[in-house]
Design a protein around this ligand. Structure first.
Ligand SMILES: Cc1cc2nc3c(=O)[nH]c(=O)nc-3n(C[C@H](O)[C@H](O)[C@H](O)COP(=O)(O)OP(=O)(O)OC[C@H]3O[C@@H](n4cnc5c(N)ncnc54)[C@H](O)[C@@H]3O)c2cc1C
Length: 415
């Protein structure tokens, strides 16, 4: 007799998706999360009446069923944001349409299916086939390399195709009025209502997989939580490490991670700086790559006579990185200077003040073909354990769905 039917490690969207699905199926499920609350990267912070997410988190909802699911969880606390994601080219001219929605004329924006990549192709070769080499280099390259931090020739074609397919919201998007964290809180509450056991501030430190079969998760407190199956809803490299820690095997190679420093700035006056919710910015002299103006996302996020901008500065968590090495005040100054100078969105007489900088040293794995051997080793370590499913999450809703699928597969097979 085991403690539970299913253990879920990680309480971000993937883990919450798994726990909610399992609890609603009537399974005895427990979720353990290292942080004090749910959400993972999808958290909403608040200060002085301002609410802001850890980066612009659009839930890319692709069908009516998922929309109904969100509505059931959030009720009236959901609103449609009728703004497409926009892009800036160079000096701050904002053009409608994302870099990845763009096609050379005469094809209209977002027209036609995104061609499947040829396995093994790199992003540069893939985009040459889709949009042509000249358009790729003049319009798309700078932004994509600013996001991922490696040359386009090293970014796998699959990543570019996935971004083109999955991260599109040309007419706008549905958004929780109180921030993406509200959706995570609602999932956690609903999983508990359905009988799930959710524990926060409870890190897992090892996976017992003696004989190649999952048996238990060991917690930092020393407690062993037993179940026939586990969903590992944490980054793949961490999952492999927990398995190695449990069986005393060698530590798998790390996968290089991209960092993100998110700079939140309050600007006096309710007038918004731009007519867009989420702007992609390729300017090489601007530290941030994406900027969101929360007033556009939801009027419940901002109170009083101010607007708030969240600027996502992608970088590497290293003293050698020109963005990461700046202290918070200097990074805030650099972002405000960019809004005034190169981009020209912030008038000289409008006061702007740094609220805070949130640093995510391990925001997501670097998309680099050179990491392929490390990925293979990680997949082998995780795939070798019966009764374990890894739920990979590269977007909010895709992560929720990966968690649901993992829970369904394990519970249906009676692992
Ligand atoms: C700046 C930024 C902007 C983004 N914007 C968007 C967007 O617009 N739209 C979109 O769809 N996606 C976006 N994403 C991606 C989205 O945040 C992720 O895809 C999603 O959070 C992945 O969910 P997850 O549950 O797999 O992982 P995470 O959210 O990373 O959650 C993993 C959880 O596991 C916990 N954990 C780790 N180790 C342990 C352990 N040993 N024991 C217990 N718990 C552990 C962590 O504390 C964390 O809570 C963005 C990401 C970033 C960084």
């Amino acid at each position: 007799m085991t403690d539970f039917d299913l253990v879920v490690v990680g309480g971000g969207p993937a883990g919450l998706g798994a726990a909610l699905r399992a609890a609603r199926r009537g399974a005895r499920v427990t979720l353990v999360e290292a942080a004090p609350g749910p959400g993972g990267l999808c958290r909403t912070l608040s200060r002085d009446g301002m609410r802001y997410d850890l980066g612009g988190h659009i839930p890319f909802v692709r069908d009516g069923e998922r929309l109904a699911w969100m509505r059931e969880l959030l009720g009236d606390d959901m609103a449609f944001v009728p703004l497409p994601v926009a892009s800036t080219v160079g000096d701050g001219d904002v053009q409608a349409g994302r870099y990845l929605d763009q096609r050379p004329p005469p094809r209209p924006l977002g027209d036609g299916p995104v061609p499947a990549p040829v396995p093994g192709d790199d992003g540069a070769a893939y985009l040459e086939g889709v949009v042509g080499g000249a358009f790729r280099d003049v319009v798309m390259r700078a932004y994509l390399e600013k996001v991922d931090g490696v040359p386009l020739e090293r970014i796998p074609a699959e990543r570019i195709a996935r971004l083109m397919l999955n991260q599109a919201a040309p007419e706008g998007f549905w958004f929780p009025r109180y921030g993406i964290g509200a959706l995570m809180d609602a999932m956690a509450a609903s999983a508990r209502d359905a009988g799930g056991d959710l524990r926060f501030a409870t890190p897992a430190v090892g996976i017992d997989a003696a004989g190649g079969r999952f048996r238990a998760v060991t917690l930092a407190s020393g407690e062993r939580v037993t179940a026939p199956a586990a969903v590992l809803a944490i980054p793949a490299a961490l999952a492999a490490r927990l398995i190695a820690a449990g069986d005393g095997g060698p530590e798998p190679a790390d996968i290089p991670m991209r960092a993100c420093a998110i700079v939140f700035v309050r600007v006096d006056g309710a007038a918004t700086l731009t007519p867009h919710a989420w702007i992609q910015c390729d300017h090489p002299g601007v530290p941030f790559t994406r900027v969101m103006e929360t007033r556009h996302w939801s009027d419940a996020m901002v109170t009083g006579d101010a607007t708030v901008l969240g600027m996502e500065c992608y970088c590497f968590a290293s003293g050698a990185d020109p963005v990461w090495r700046l202290d918070d005040a200097a990074l805030g100054d650099a972002c405000i200077a960019a809004l005034r100078g190169p981009l020209g969105w912030l008038a000289a007489d409008r006061a702007a003040e740094l609220i805070e900088v949130v640093r995510l040293p391990r925001a997501y794995p670097v998309a680099d073909v050179r990491s392929a051997p490390a990925w293979r080793a990680v997949a082998q370590t995780v795939g070798a354990v019966a009764g374990v499913a890894h739920a990979p999450g590269s977007e909010v809703i895709a992560a929720v769905e990966a968690g649901e699928r993992a829970a369904d597969a394990l519970l249906t097979s009676g692992a």
